[in-house]
Design a protein around this ligand. Structure first.
Ligand code: NAD
Ligand code: TYD
Length: 349
């Protein structure tokens, strides 16, 4: 079994690569990544020498390069995570999101189709998506299910929604075995410190302000990233082609409550007087089009494929803080830009 993972040098992708490389030594795992600002090969130091792992630096927007790679390697399966993933960046420069998230996905689908032809037996194209395609929930109960209508608001979620539609279209039109999962917000080790949790851990560490958008009342549903990687494994091996699976831990937090909890954990870990980190909170102008609440219903995945999240959030957040404090070199390399030299050091190109 030869699986192509795209975006494997990113946050979630690196956990998926690590999980598959170590769980399935009999598989060959190829990690394809462009190494944009979000790609960091230091995320994979512990598995980079594994016999069943290889890395290729490619851009999924390059259709000829995708076709050439598929013709050479013939992959049995694809787990597609490569994407532009940060909402704030999508507001500042949407076109990049169309290119990578929409065109890049279509290029991969075309390359898979050209090489797999009509013989799809044993093949699978797995597209990793987000709950943000469903839009926003109000201040009430209720959660997104697999049949919730798409209603994206940000350029990021619009581009992911579009890519989901293309994946479904290739299933319905060409009979390609595809599967899609839509997951809630992930947290854990190796997340780029532009996203809420690692950004705030880093700012607290450096006594810098914590920019809370609006009143901090928006709600996100947080999942431990290793549980996401585990869910992807379960869906890849047991999911039904043509189906969609929502992934989430029913773990909703108002941003400000999460931030206060994080501040308390950081005070304790850094031996600071309780309340010191909270003083760094600074309310700033709200994000444009800021989705109010996300919550995901993953009962289909739980009932049909038996997946369950493994960690309580309080425990996961504590583990996350410990990881960033124990891996300050990783964080410093990211903030200084040093991490971008690792590819040349490793591969000499
Ligand atoms: P990330 O930004 O950390 O990583 C994205 C990776 O894709 C990087 O390694 C980057 O170099 C690579 N990449 C970007 N453009 C590329 C291109 N043109 N060609 C090849 N590689 C390219 O993202 P993440 O948070 O790990 O998210 C991974 C996937 O999971 C995305 O598809 C995202 O939409 C989805 N997702 C993320 C979350 C979350 O909370 N982070 C939740 C649900 C779904
Ligand atoms: P983020 O981690 O960017 O994920 P997403 O936008 O995909 O949900 O943001 C999580 C929440 O935190 C979101 O409601 C926006 C908010 N937020 C802030 O209040 N301040 C910040 O500096 C960031 C990055 C996010």
């Amino acid at each position: 079994m030869h699986i192509l993972i795209t975006g494997g040098a990113g946050f979630i992708g690196s956990h998926v690569v690590r999980h598959l490389v170590t769980t399935y030594p009999q598989y060959t795992i190829t990690n394809l990544d462009k190494l944009t600002y979000a790609g960091n090969l230091e995320n994979l130091r512990d598995v980079e020498d594994s016999r069943n792992y290889r890395f290729v630096r490619r851009d999924i927007t390059d259709s000829a390069a995708m076709l050439e790679l598929f013709e050479k390697e013939g992959f049995d399966g694809v787990i597609h995570l490569a994407a532009e993933s940060h909402v704030d960046r999508s507001i500042a420069s949407p076109t990049e999101f169309v290119m990578t998230n929409v065109l890049g996905t279509v290029n991969l689908l075309n390359a898979a189709r050209a090489v797999w032809k009509e013989d799809f037996s044993g093949k699978l194209f797995y597209h990793v998506s987000t709950d943000e395609v469903y839009g926003a929930l109000g201040n009430k109960d209720g959660a997104f299910t697999e049949t919730t209508s798409y209603d994206p608001h940000s350029p990021y979620s619009a581009s992911k929604a579009s890519s989901d539609h293309f994946v479904r279209a290739y299933h319905d039109t060409y009979g390609m075995p595809t599967v899609i999962s839509n997951c809630s917000n992930n947290y854990g080790p190796y997340q780029f410190p532009e996203k809420l949790i690692p950004l705030f851990i880093n700012n607290i560490r450096n006594n810098k302000p914590l920019p809370v958008y609006g009143k901090g009342e928006n709600v996100r549903d947080w999942l431990w990233v290793v549980d996401h990687a585990q869910a992807i494994d379960v869906i890849y091996h047991n999911g039904e082609p043509g189906e969609t699976y929502n992934i989430g831990g029913r773990n909703e937090w108002k941003n400000i409550d999460l931030i206060r909890l994080l501040c308390r954990i950081m005070d304790r870990k850094l031996w600071r007087v309780e309340g010191k980190s909270e003083k760094l909170i600074s309310y700033v102008t709200d994000r444009a089009g800021h989705d109010f609440r996300y919550a995901i219903d993953s009962s289909k995945l739980q009932k049909e494929l038996g997946w369950l999240p493994s960690l309580r959030f309080e425990e996961g957040l504590e583990k996350t803080v410990d990881w960033y404090l124990e891996n300050q070199e990783w964080l410093d390399h990211v903030t200084s830009g040093e991490y971008q030299r690792y590819y040349e050091e490793m591969y000499g190109e």
